[in-house]
Design a protein around this ligand. Sequence first.
Ligand code: FES
Ligand code: FES
Length: 158
Amino acid sequence: MNVRFVLNGKPAAVDAPPAARLLDVLRGALGLTGTKEGCGEGECGSCTVLLDGAPVNACLVLFGQVEGRAVTTVEGLGDPAQLSPLQEAFVKEGGAQCGICTPGFLVSAEALLAAIPQPGETDIREALAGNLCRCTGYQRIVEAVRAAAKERTSREPG
Ligand code: FES
Ligand code: FES
């Protein structure tokens, strides 16, 4: 089935089974391997993408469900030549170690900053509660999100 949707801001039409997992279509047919698979059952958040701006676990979304909707993956946030403020902050603050969880954290944090540009620590921890990290101990991730919020605000035209 040809599914039409918006992928990272551009129209896309992909021929794939509607019952396939969105995660598999992203990583397979579309070659967007930034989105990671950890648990495969909605527990770890490493496969988080935005669906119409809201974070979802791509391992639990069927490809047919994205018809007519907007999907944003970590590749849509920035690229190695031009990192987003969040990506830069994760690098600077040491918010990533092995990196498996990092795309999911970035995507969840992007949704948070879109909704709450200056989040408090509780907002950050709640927004990232569905993302698990076995390396960092979380504090540096929280600090990275806080730093990115500050940077984004300072980049806004005054
Ligand atoms: S791989 Fe989807 S939540 Fe873990
Ligand atoms: S950096 Fe390794 S799981 Fe988070």
